[in-house]
Design a protein around this ligand. Structure first.
Ligand SMILES: O=C(CO)COP(=O)(O)O
Length: 254
């Protein structure tokens, strides 16, 4: 079964109402391949989710950038998976490296969050990736396998999971992984899924790349067989996000 190309825009902690309305207008007017070819999901900060959802074209969807690890209650400052479901938010990003590293989210905590969000009916973009230090020490695959294992141990149904490989050294640095570097890790991750879940999960789960993806570098990355799309930060707030969505055509012609 072919894996549908997936392009996520992670807006992180950016934007004002006016700025986000402008980028939504750009997206709404963009000429992109149909939703049979590419799935597009943008992720504004929590407070803007209802606004963006209400303005966004119907073939694009929204994601939250995080959610609480279990049922809501006395957890000041948190937003629960149930609340996202209540608002009709279909997707959530979990385990982004900014949360793992700045907010000390452990592999186990991320795995628990993924499992809880899925159980509530959300679809999850689960992020993994190594730091520069870990890459230079030769432990890239150990790190991403351990992060993926903590998710796999808690998840049996992978049909609502997209796995995002985002090397920390490539995020916001302009230092994109080469297509060969991305392909190598994606291939190994798929192999890991094959050995540790089921061959079908390995074959059907989308593994997307994130880290300094731009309009200029997306086509070469998209051409790699195990790169099933992107999670885009900075460039997802700019008109070039449309070009990144269009890179899905590389797959159609493959
Ligand atoms: O962290 C990212 C997406 O989640 C990538 O960010 P940049 O595209 O800004 O490098």
């Amino acid at each position: 079964m072919a894996r549908k190309f997936f392009v996520g825009g992670n807006w992180k902690c950016n934007g004002t109402t006016e700025e986000l309305k402008k980028i939504v207008n750009v997206l709404n007017e963009g000429q992109v391949p149909s939703s049979d070819v590419v799935e597009v999901v943008v992720s504004p900060p929590f407070v803007y989710l209802p606004l963006v959802k209400s303005l966004l074209r119907p073939d694009f969807h929204v994601a939250a950038q995080n959610c609480w690890v279990k049922k809501g209650g006395a957890f000041t400052g948190e937003v629960s998976a149930e609340m996202l479901v209540n608002l009709g938010i279909p997707w959530v990003i979990i385990g982004h490296s900014e949360r793992r590293l700045i907010l000390n989210e452990s592999n186990e905590f991320v795995g628990d969050k993924v499992a809880y969000a899925l159980a509530q009916g959300l679809k999850v973009i689960a992020c993994v990736g190594e730091t520069l230090e870990q890459r230079e020490a030769g432990s890239t695959m150990d790190v991403v396998a351990a992060q993926t294992k903590a998710i796999a141990e808690r998840v049996s149904n992978w049909s609502d999971v997209v796995l995002a490989y985002e090397p920390v050294w490539a995020i916001g640095t302009g230092k994109v992984a080469t297509p060969a570097q991305a392909q190598e890790v994606h291939f190994e991750l798929r192999k890991w899924l094959h050995a540790n879940t089921t061959p079908e999960v390995a074959e059907t789960t989308r593994i997307i790349y994130g880290g300094s993806v731009s309009g200029a570098n997306c086509k070469e990355l998209a051409a790699k067989p195990d790169v099933d799309g992107f999670l885009v930060g900075g460039a997802s707030l700019k008109p070039e996000f449309i070009d990144i969505i269009k890179s899905s055509e590389v797959k159609k012609n493959a």
